[in-house]
Structure formats: structure tokens, C-alpha cells
Design a protein. Structure first.
Length: 664
């Protein structure tokens, strides 16, 4: 096993699951992935988890097969049991503090353009994006005016007094300015974390600066991270319990109230427990939920299982192949959410949103072949919609470094970014699709339909706005290339046994999330478009968008939608519902690809093309891919295609960024 640095704690229990953040990962240092050549082969496997080539076997289709045709009967009004109204930014991201300079950019004047493109695609669908910067590494992070080497973030290897020998992070204001600049380009809202490693010597610098720089784009400040694991981590004495955390929360609230730089001291988030050593109820028993006027949102963090044994030799060994089926049915998301249903109800009574602040397929980096598979994409989509149905208000998928399998998106290793590009994981597609499923109205309500007699391989949800059904999300977890496990859902609105007049439209629009198998590792398509394979993405969907038009049978009051095995389909029941989710062509603002000094890697595009491009056309890409040796045009031919007066776009340099806005 490779040396992977220091564990933040020893993972001991096989019955509780918790997050482990690793430090000193190769992905957090400049390192060379391998040999890149001008002729291609850029995706040569390097050994980093993020590019692990393990492909598992898809589970066999159930025997005997289930029904391949079943009804989905919806009411045109009067439905009960739906979730609270939700927004299209529901499935956001949690970015580990220690990798923020890899994912977002180097500093306020060097923002990663693929990251902007990814966020822009989400914002165009769901209205806005929410991102938490934090994690275990927030706890010891310290704001310093500057660092000697000019970097915005680095590990303080000189300070090894920490019991786990975790190098604390030092960061400069540039990190917060970078977040602010990102929000100038795309509608991204932020959560930050107030360090709580020492509640008697609070370091509130990040709160002061974030409020000043981010303004109302700062939507919450987390107080401590996973306090229920503090004892295990040896960060608190063994007697530390929920009442002690409650007291520390009060101390932070008091200190913020006394801090004249803090304009908003009532945007605090707690208790942020891992649901490892404490249950949520243990915290609610202290009165925490209702006693603090500064508490604006309630949060928990959880991963359904862990892969710590394979990664670090601690905990319970888990075989990815044997574990794979536990992600591939509707019970999975339901069982993760079940321990929080009471909390969701209490939070609703208290008028506080409940957030799943950090989650993903498995702690300790996820599983090879699971976390990076199409199956994980279906799983995160179902789990996300299940949280929505269960009255969570948001959920944040965790982003680690190069050494995790579960990243929604992985930037290329540090200094390779002029010729290696981003790797987009399956769960990013889940976030994109949840954004479309909920759309931008802020009033989407989700209902778990359990169609097909509750068959766990074929779940479905309906999304309502103003009481009327507007979208239907349908899953098929089965892999069966024969086609025998494809199913047809017959969607009916009103009519028949419901006692309502039939309200089935003449036609509906359907987008499909597709791959050949749940075990497929890349090249997934959403409405025909893809982020490709490892190292292939600049954050824009590629290919032609394909939206199926299904002609309904209004006489029999049904719209028949075919859902492949495996696959997922999102049916838009009205044109307005499609428009609210971003429309037929992607209206995302797109950003030019980072240009450095080398002309062969310089993306160039005429401003007028940027101004009208939908950001998805192959044409735009041909103008200047940065992927050397991957079918990109040479600098010379790229330039030759351009009209006089074109601009070569730099990376997003302060004040010099060029942004194309396409309004379709
Ligand atoms: C940001 O990073 C870039 C690339 O490393 C560097 O050239 C630039 O000077 C940095 N800007 C600031 C403000 O630190
Ligand atoms: C908390 O973290 C800071 C910054 O890393 C460190 O200087 C300090 O010693 C830590 N305090 C405790 C009690 O661990
Ligand atoms: C479905 O998922 C649950 C929860 O992960 C798991 O316990 C169960 O074994 C799975 N069922 C099948 C048929 O794979
Ligand atoms: C979510 O909240 C709504 C509104 O209070 C309620 O009707 C519904 O039953 C809740 N859903 C769940 C799964 O508890
Ligand atoms: C990347 O950085 C490493 C370490 O600083 C260096 O050895 C290597 O030459 C760099 N590679 C490129 C392509 O710049
Ligand atoms: C949705 O809510 C956000 C945040 O409050 C707001 O900025 C946006 O305008 C709302 N959208 C609609 C369509 O009301
Ligand atoms: C993705 O598609 C490319 C181009 O068709 C192909 O070369 C590659 O093998 C595919 N990757 C996977 C993991 O299917
Ligand atoms: C980025 O942040 C810096 C520091 O706040 C600021 O001077 C600059 O104008 C910002 N650039 C953009 C493009 O917003």
C-alpha cells in the first residue's frame, strides 16, 4: 500500500460511519502524473484514486424479471405528502479546505475556468449554486496576511503540535477574494467554517473577512465540524458531550456579537455532527435547535459506509464488488435518510432549514468502481431526491483531492493543467439533473412515488409546483443489455379512478441519463451530452443535446416513457417546466479555456461567437481545445479560422476576463 499521509483519526468502530480526511495527499502537492506526450495518451493511469481504472461487474438482472410496464398516476391538484418547497440549488458541493486552491483556482486572479463552466451549467438550470468550503481541515486553518512564497494556501509543516500530526493550514485573504470573484462570474453562494479546535482562543478572522468580501453571497457560517468525533480525534477530553458543544456554540455566538466587523451574526450553522458518536436527538435534547437565535440552519454530515480498511488498514474490510448492489436500489437513499426524519420534522417546526452538509458514496475516499460509476450517478440522484422528499433543504457532495474516488469533479494535477483537463465524475451529473428536476422556481415540491408496486429497482419521484405536477423522475437500476429489463412508465395526469378530468398533455419532453451499464466509468450522457472521459473536460457539456418528444395518448390519458436498463429519465410535463430548468438549449454562461503562454494551448474565440454560443457546440470547441493531442486544432489552424479582431482569452485575470453570455 502506498503511503498516503496521516489519518485524522483512527477509524475504530464498524458500526458507526464517519468521515476521514486525509492529509499530506499527493494531490495537494505539485506532482507529476506521468508522461504526457504531444501525440496523446494523456489519460495514462497514474495510480491516483481519481483515475482508478477498476470496473466492477454489474449485478445480474433480478430473476424472475419484474413488470416492464406500469402506471404512474398523478393528480392534477390536491396531492398531499410532498416535501416543503425547494430550490434548484439543492444538490451543491462541499469542498475540503485543503484542496480549495486546486479546485477553485490559485488565487483571486487565477480562477479555474472549467470550474466556472461547471458552476455556470448548474446555475443556468437551478438558478444558483451553493458551495461549502470547509471540512476537517477548516478546524485548524489560520488566516495570515500573506505567505512567503506568494501562495494563497499551504500546510504549516512547522506546526506539528497537533495530536494527530496533521499539518494545519495557513491561508491568505486571496482564498476569500477568489470566492468573491467566482460569485462575480456565476451565481455561487458560499458557506464557510469557523475553526473550533480551540474554543477559548477563537480565530474569527475567516468570519470577518468573508462577511466583508462576500457580503450576502455568504449564506452561512458553520460552527465546528463533526463535534461528535472530537473525542475520538483526541481534540476534546473524553467527557465532551452535546451540552459542551452547545456551550461552545454560545461562545462563538457571543464572540461574533462582540466583533464590530461582523454585520450578520445570525447565520450560524450547527451542530454539523457526523452522526458517528452522537445521534441528532442527543443534541436536540440540549435545546440546541431552539435556544440560539444565531442558529439559522441545522446541519448533519454523513456517508453511508466507509472504505477505510482498503485505504488505511483500519476498520472493516469491504469488498467493492460485494458492496456495489447496496448502492443500486431505492432502499439505499431511504435508509441513509431514515435516521434524520425526526430531525427534519423538528427543524421544520423550528423554522430552520436542514442541510446534509457533507456526504458522498463512502468516507475514506469512496470505493473504486462504485464511486466513479454510472451506478453512483443514479444513486446520488435518488439519494438527493430522497433527501428533498424528506424535507432536507440542501445536500452538499464532498470534493476531496486526487486520492478519492468520489469527486464530482477533479482538476488535473497541479501543474499539468495546460494539457490535461478536468475529470467529471458521475455525481456531478446527479447534481446537474437534480438542478433540472427542481428548476429555478424555488417552489418545487418532491414526492416519492414508489411506483411498480414499490419495486426498489424502479423508483420514481414527481415534482410539483403550486400543487400541480410538472416533472417526473424515473429510475431503472437494472443492467440488462438484452433490453428485457427496459420498462415503460405510463404517466397519467388526472382522470380515471382519481375522479378528476383527464389532464394529460398532448406531448411531453423527456431527457435521459444514460450509460451501457451501472459499472460504466465515464462518457455518461445527459440528454445526449457528456463530459467525456478522464482528463477530457473543460467543464462544458459536449455534443448535441437530445430531448425526446413523447406524444401522449390523450384518449387513454397516458404518456408512455421508456426507461432503459440501466437509465434515468426526467419527463417535463409542461414547456414552462422545461424553461424553468434551463430551457432546451443550455443557456449557461461559458468561460474561455485558460490560456497560458503557450500558443498551442491558447483557446481563442471571437467575442461575437462567445456572445451567441450556447457553450455546447462542437464548433466552439474546435476553435481551440486545450487538450493537446486529443483532436484539438493546432494553434495555427485555430487562429486561421478567426476573423480579424479576435481576442485570445486569458484565464480569468482580474478585470480582464471575457465572459460570453448566451441567452436563448
Ligand atoms: C495568482 O497566481 C498566479 C499564478 O500562479 C500568479 O501569477 C499571480 O501573481 C497570483 N496573483 C496573486 C494576486 O497572488
Ligand atoms: C488550534 O489551531 C491553531 C492553528 O493551527 C493552533 O495554533 C493551535 O495550537 C490549535 N489549538 C489547539 C488547542 O489545538
Ligand atoms: C438494496 O439496498 C439496500 C441498502 O443499501 C441493501 O441492504 C440491499 O441488499 C439491496 N438490495 C438488493 C436486492 O441488492
Ligand atoms: C415534509 O414536510 C411536509 C410539510 O410539512 C409534510 O407534509 C411531509 O409529510 C414531510 N415529509 C416527510 C417525508 O416527512
Ligand atoms: C510539475 O511540477 C514538478 C514539481 O514542481 C516538476 O518537477 C515538473 O517538472 C513540473 N511539470 C511540468 C510539466 O511543468
Ligand atoms: C429564488 O430564490 C433566490 C434566493 O432567495 C432569489 O434570488 C431568486 O430570485 C428566486 N427565484 C425566483 C424565480 O423567485
Ligand atoms: C469514452 O469514450 C472514448 C471515446 O469514444 C473512448 O475512447 C473511451 O474508452 C471511453 N471511456 C470509457 C471509460 O468508456
Ligand atoms: C478579484 O478580486 C480582487 C481582490 O478583491 C479584485 O481586485 C478584482 O477586481 C477581482 N476581479 C474580478 C474579475 O472580479
Amino acid at each position: 500500500m502506498r503511503v498516503r499521509g496521516v489519518l485524522s483519526f483512527l477509524f475504530l468502530s464498524s458500526t458507526t460511519y464517519a468521515t476521514v480526511t486525509t492529509y499530506g495527499l499527493p494531490g495537494q502537492e505539485p506532482f507529476d502524473l506521468g508522461t504526457a506526450t504531444a501525440s496523446g495518451a494523456v489519460a495514462t493511469y497514474s495510480g491516483s484514486a481519481a483515475y482508478d481504472p477498476t470496473v466492477l461487474n454489474a449485478p445480474a438482472p433480478p430473476a424472475p424479471p419484474g413488470p416492464t410496464n406500469f402506471p404512474i398516476q398523478l393528480l392534477s391538484s390536491g396531492t398531499t405528502g410532498m416535501s416543503i418547497p425547494l430550490s434548484g440549488n439543492f444538490l451543491g458541493f462541499s469542498i475540503e479546505f485543503s484542496v480549495v486552491n486546486q479546485v477553485l483556482g490559485k488565487n483571486s486572479t487565477f480562477i479555474n475556468v472549467p470550474f466556472l463552466n461547471l458552476m455556470s451549467s448548474l446555475a443556468s438550470r437551478g438558478g444558483r449554486v451553493q458551495i461549502r468550503v470547509g471540512g476537517n481541515t477548516q478546524e485548524t486553518a489560520t488566516l495570515v496576511p500573506s505567505l512567503p512564497d506568494g501562495k494563497a494556501l499551504e500546510k504549516d509543516h512547522s506546526a506539528t503540535s497537533n495530536p494527530t500530526a496533521t499539518p494545519p493550514l495557513l491561508f491568505t485573504p486571496e482564498i476569500i477574494y477568489m470566492m468573491g470573484n467566482i460569485s462575480n462570474f456565476v451565481n455561487v453562494e458560499w458557506y464557510i467554517g469557523i475553526p473550533l479546535n480551540d474554543s477559548t482562543n477563537l480565530r474569527l478572522g475567516i468570519a470577518d473577512l468573508s462577511q466583508a468580501v462576500l457580503g450576502d453571497r455568504l449564506i452561512g457560517m458553520q460552527v465546528g465540524n463533526e463535534p461528535d468525533l472530537y473525542v475520538r480525534h483526541e481534540h476534546r477530553p473524553a467527557t465532551y458531550g452535546p451540552a459542551d458543544y452547545d456551550g461552545e456554540f454560545s461562545a462563538v455566538a457571543t464572540a461574533l456579537a462582540a466583533d464590530t466587523n461582523i454585520k450578520r451574526n445570525n447565520i450560524l450553522i450547527g451542530p454539523n455532527i457526523a452522526t458517528g458518536d452522537w445521534t441528532p436527538e442527543m443534541v436536540w435534547d440540549t435545546g440546541f435547535m431552539t435556544k440560539h437565535p444565531e442558529l439559522s440552519m441545522v446541519s448533519v454530515e454523513h456517508y453511508p459506509t466507509d472504505n477505510c480498511f482498503a485505504q488505511f488498514g483500519v476498520g472493516t474490510p469491504r469488498d467493492p464488488q460485494a458492496t456495489f448492489p447496496t448502492y443500486l436500489n431505492h432502499t439505499s437513499g431511504q435508509s441513509i435518510v431514515a435516521p434524520y426524519l425526526n430531525t427534519a420534522n423538528l427543524a421544520q417546526q423550528a423554522g430552520k432549514p436542514l442541510i446534509m452538509f457533507e456526504t458522498n458514496t463512502a468516507s475514506c475516499g469512496g470505493f473504486p468502481g462504485i464511486s466513479d460509476s454510472f451506478g453512483a450517478g443514479l444513486w446520488a440522484l435518488d439519494y438527493g431526491l430522497q433527501m428533498a422528499y424528506s424535507n432536507f433543504s440542501a445536500a452538499l457532495l464532498h470534493v476531496g483531492g486526487q486520492d478519492v474516488y468520489y469527486n464530482p469533479f477533479t482538476p488535473p494535477p497541479t501543474n499539468q493543467s495546460t494539457f490535461r483537463q478536468w475529470t467529471i465524475g458521475p455525481v456531478f451529473y446527479s447534481s446537474l439533473i437534480v438542478a433540472e428536476a427542481l428548476g429555478s422556481s424555488n417552489k418545487s415540491q418532491v414526492l416519492d412515488l414508489n411506483p411498480n408496486a414499490g419495486n426498489i429497482m424502479t423508483p420514481a419521484y414527481a415534482i410539483y409546483e403550486g400543487g400541480a405536477p410538472v416533472r417526473v423522475a424515473m429510475f431503472n437500476y437494472i443492467t440488462d443489455p438484452s433490453g428485457a429489463s427496459d420498462y415503460t412508465a405510463s404517466i397519467a395526469i388526472g382522470g380515471g379512478q382519481t375522479g378528476q378530468p383527464g389532464a394529460t398533455p398532448a406531448q411531453i419532453k423527456v431527457k435521459h441519463f444514460s450509460a451501457s451499464s451501472v459499472s460504466q466509468k465515464a462518457n455518461f450522457t445527459w440528454a445526449g451530452q457528456t463530459y467525456g472521459d478522464n482528463f477530457q473536460s473543460d467543464g462544458r457539456l459536449e455534443g448535441t443535446e437530445t430531448i425526446e418528444t413523447v406524444t401522449c395518448d390523450q384518449t387513454n390519458n397516458v404518456c408512455n416513457v421508456l426507461v432503459k436498463a440501466p437509465g434515468f429519465a426526467l419527463a417535463f410535463l409542461t414547456d414552462a417546466a422545461l424553461q424553468s430548468s434551463g430551457g432546451t438549449a443550455d443557456a449557461a454562461t461559458t468561460f474561455s479555456t485558460t490560456a497560458r503562454t503557450k500558443t498551442h494551448n491558447t483557446a481563442t474565440v471571437p467575442p461575437e461567437v462567445l456572445a451567441t454560443s450556447n457553450g455546447h457546440g462542437g464548433e466552439f470547441r474546435q476553435l481551440g481545445s486545450t487538450s493537446k493531442g486529443k483532436g484539438s486544432v493546432s494553434g495555427a489552424s485555430g487562429f486561421a479560422r478567426l476573423a480579424p479582431g479576435v481576442v485570445a482569452l486569458a484565464s480569468v485575470i482580474a478585470g480582464a476576463a471575457v465572459v460570453g453570455r448566451a441567452f436563448v
